[in-house]
Structure formats: C-alpha cells, structure tokens
Design a protein around this ligand. Structure first.
Ligand SMILES: NC(=O)C1=CN([C@@H]2O[C@H](COP(=O)(O)OP(=O)(O)OC[C@H]3O[C@@H](n4cnc5c(N)ncnc54)[C@H](O)[C@@H]3O)[C@@H](O)[C@H]2O)C=CC1
Ligand SMILES: O=C(O)CCC(=O)C(=O)O
Length: 456
C-alpha cells in the first residue's frame, strides 16, 4: 500500500546539486540482474566497500568484518490444516560475532532467500555499531506468504523453526536473539519464547532469547512503535537543521512538508496516522519514506522520484544505481542503518529488562516522586502562600519516570547522538550520509577485531 501524508501546504520541489557530495556511480558490469541493478547483497557489499576505501582499517580486518560468519538453512515439514504436508524453507544468518549476542529480526515473506538474509544480517551488524548497541548482526527468514496460512499453521511453523534454531545452537539470550521484522510481530515472538523455554527450561534468562514480545510475556513498552518513532526523531532533526534544509531550498521544520510512505506495516504505521492511499512512489512530495521491502527505488524509477529527501525506513530500499541517480538530481538519502535503528535500540532495552528481571522505573519511581515532593514543599514554605501551585501542576512536577519515559528518552538520545555523529562524519569526510554511517560502523567494529585478536 502507498500512502501520501500531508502535513501542510506542498513546498516547491526545485532540484539542485547536493553541495560538495561526490557521486560514485554503480556499474552494472559483472552483476546479474537484468536491469543492471545490484542484488540486495551486492548493494550492501558495494556500500561497505565505498566506506572501506576511506577507512583507516587494514585490509585483513576489513575482510573479516565484511564476511558473513554463519548461515543456517533448514527445511522441515508442515502438516497443513487441509491434511496435506508442505516443506517449509527457512534461514538464520549470523553476520558478525564481534559482540554477543547477535541480533536481528525474523521475516516471513514469499521471496525470502539465503542471499537476502545475509544482506539483512550484515546490515544489522553495521546498524548496531552506528547506534552503539552492543550486539553483532543476524537475521532470519521463513519463505512463506503469511497471509496464506492459518494462525495454527503459523504457530506450528514458528515453533518448529525455533526448535531447529535451539537444536543448532542458533538462539539464546547470550547467543542469538531474534525480533520482529517484515511479516512477523509480537505473537510470533511469544511463540519463539514459549518454545525456547520449553526446550531450555533451566535457563533463568529464557525470556531474553527474543525481543518484540507482547508486554505480558516480558516485552517492553514502546518496542512496537520504536522503529517508526526513531525514523521520526532523525527526520525531525534533519528538517529542523537550517543549514541542511537551506541547501534543498526548503524552509526548516516538519510543518508544511509533504510525505509519501510506501508500506503501512509496523514501521510505516507508527510514523503517521492520517491516511490517504495513493499508489505512486513518484508523486510530488518533500520526503519519500520507503517502509516496505528492499530494492524498491531502482535504476528504472529513480529518475522519476520527485522527493528531495529519501528516508530509508525499510532495509535496503534504494539500489546503488538509484542512489547515484537520486544524488545527481540533488536528493539527500537518510540511510537505513541509521534511520531504522530505533527498533533494535529498544530491543536492546527489552533484552536488558529481561536479564534484570525487573522493569525500568520499578525501584526508582516512588523515590523520585517523594524527593520532588519534599523539594516542592520546601519551596512553597520559603515563598509562603504567594504563588501556590495548582494540584494538576504539582502532580505533573512530582511525577516519577515510568518504563515508557525511560524507553522514549533512551531512544531519542540514541537517535540524536547517532545522527549528529553521522552528520559530522559526512561533513568531515565530504561523503554522503550512508558512507558516513558505514564508516563509523566499520571503524568501531575494527577496533573490536583489533583488540580481541584472533582465536586460537
Ligand atoms: N519491524 C521492525 O521493527 C523493523 C523493520 N524494519 C524494516 O522495515 C520494513 C518494513 O517492516 P515492517 O513494517 O516490520 O513490516 P510489516 O510486515 O509490518 O509491514 C510491511 C507492509 O508493507 C506492505 N508492502 C509490501 N510490499 C509493498 C509494496 N511494494 N508497496 C506498498 N506496500 C507494500 C505490506 O503489505 C505490509 O503492510 C522492512 O524492510 C523491515 O526489514 C527495519 C527495522 C526494524
Ligand atoms: O529489534 C531487533 O532486534 C532487530 C530489528 C530488525 O530486524 C532490523 O532493525 O532490521
């Protein structure tokens, strides 16, 4: 589904060159897609190589970082509701173990394949490094169209998939922690947790084997909307930056800008709530937000994209050929590995909550409130009854922080600090934001590899 969202009046869409940014052209030589666009995995490798070329990292460490460490492919039978038996194909790729556990969602989609899952796992490695979340990268996929299966069938698939991961030691709070992705959500995560806990009943940290769970099953407030909210925080920061929007001949601020969102699932839905379906990526707008699948903006449609800002809420929505065309036309791309990192950031908070066996705020909320009450009373005594606070204001002032306050504040802090880092790196290195984000990730991961050395 495509959605067009109007915040206010349409702003003029004059195109211009992206000040100082170099355009590196993708060449279709040696690549096998008919359009000349890179496959998703080739695209991730291309973006990595582009940043690696300006990183102060030795070639042997770069090669270690780039490689996908493990890929598991399983096939198992499903007894369908109509009595037939179907073979299900599924994957889990672990890209990098420089930090443990490795982390990343599990998707259900008909086009899932090993290369796609490896590309997504690599993106998870770089994403976690950009936002300084201490995990390696992983991703899983089940090759089915979830809309074609009953709830019972999906449960059987998810439980069997989890049992395969347990048997192969591809899941565990200290090993590999799945989460929601395209086509999956809290229900699937609850099945993963329950299956894991049945098979590993003595693991006291079992709930931390998966994130994005329902609240009643050890989930955290705010995970469901975290990815969309993270996109919003970053985009708002970009749009409020006078210098950056001036280069696009735009006025600062979110108000008055027009947005198109492609994909109205977990990520897209939590970005906006005014709905007006329209079906074209190429409609005039200020900000295009692909929030569905990879390779949606490619060499064939890129020149017709009118948005000046492409905000990658999905993983890998813009191919390298498309990026070159968009940038030549003056558009700015806010890259996936920064922009959609809100999901894994709040997954990190959920994992910490599960390991701590206590929710954020439980030990501090009342203590905070009584401290603030004492302070207010002292101030009121000092100034006597001249300016008595209303009951509502008093309540608001003394309110202690709840779990959602911690989560939103931690998410905003993470996104803003990471954006500032990407912005300043792009300026310093005279490169685009994607290369800057990869560069930050590569240099952070390289430090781990260097310090850890090689086992044995
Ligand atoms: N769920 C999460 O926490 C995170 C998701 N992502 C990425 O965001 C993207 C979307 O994921 P979710 O929102 O979780 O998936 P979802 O399954 O909740 O929603 C995706 C939506 O996109 C629609 N869609 C698919 N192809 C489309 C097309 N060509 N045009 C228009 N709509 C289309 C689907 O019908 C569905 O409504 C994926 O690339 C995913 O990897 C990234 C970070 C975290
Ligand atoms: O929340 C997580 O652990 C992973 C989310 C994810 O799959 C992604 O960021 O692409």
């Amino acid at each position: 589904m495509l959605l067009r969202y109007r915040v206010g009046a349409v702003v003029s869409l004059a195109k211009h060159q992206n000040g100082g940014a170099k355009t590196v052209l993708w060449t279709s030589k040696n690549f096998r897609t008919q359009s000349g666009d890179a496959t998703f995995l080739q695209a991730v490798d291309f973006y990595f190589d582009k940043a690696a070329a300006i990183a102060s990292v030795s070639p042997d460490i770069l090669a270690q970082i780039k490689a996908c460490n493990n890929i598991l492919r399983v096939q198992f039978p499903l007894k369908c509701s109509n009595g037939t038996v179907e073979l299900i194909e599924a994957y889990r790729a672990q890209h990098s173990h420089h930090r443990l556990p490795v982390k990343g969602g599990v998707r259900m989609a008909p086009n899932v394949n090993g290369e796609e899952i490896m590309a997504l796992a690599a993106l998870m490695t770089f994403k976690c490094a950009v936002v300084d979340v201490p995990f390696g990268g992983a991703k899983g996929g089940i090759k089915i169209d979830p809309t074609k299966y009953s709830l019972n069938e999906k449960e059987a698939i998810m439980r069997r998939y989890t049992s395969e991961l347990v048997k192969k030691k591809f899941i565990g709070p200290a090993i590999d922690v799945p989460a929601p992705d395209y086509g999956t959500g809290p229900q699937e995560m609850a099945w993963i947790k329950d299956t894991y806990e049945h098979m590993k009943s003595t693991d006291i940290n079992g709930a931390a084997c998966v994130t994005g769970k329902p609240l009643e099953e050890g989930g955290i407030h705010g995970r469901h909307e975290a990815t969309g909210l993270g996109v919003f925080f970053c985009l708002r920061e970009f749009l409020n930056d006078q210098d950056l929007v001036k280069k696009l001949h735009m006025s600062p601020g979110v108000k008055g800008k027009t947005f198109i969102i492609q994909g109205f699932g977990n990520v897209g839905r939590n970005l906006v709530d005014i709905r007006d379906p329209a079906k074209i990526l190429e409609l005039p707008c200020d900000v295009l937000i692909p929030a569905a699948l990879e390779s949606q903006v490619h060499s064939e449609n890129a020149s017709r994209i009118k948005a000046q800002i492409i905000a990658e809420a999905a993983n890998g929505p813009v191919t390298p050929s498309a990026e070159a065309i968009l940038e030549k036309n003056g558009a700015v791309i806010l890259p996936d590995l920064l922009l959609n990192a809100g999901g894994v950031t709040v997954s990190y908070f959920e994992w910490l909550k599960n390991l701590n066996h206590i929710h954020f705020g439980r030990m501090s909320r009342r203590m905070e409130e009584s401290g603030k009450k004492v302070l207010l009373e002292a101030l009121e005594q000092e100034f006597e009854s001249k300016n008595k606070l209303s009951d509502d204001l008093r309540k608001e002032l003394v309110k202690g922080n709840t779990e959602i306050d911690f989560v939103w504040s931690g998410l905003e802090e993470t996104m803003l600090v990471s954006w500032a880092n990407v912005r300043s790196t792009a300026e310093r290195k005279d490169c685009n934001y994607r290369t800057a984000a990869y560069l930050i990730a590569i240099e952070r991961i390289a430090t781990c590899y260097r310090v850890n050395g090689i086992f044995p």
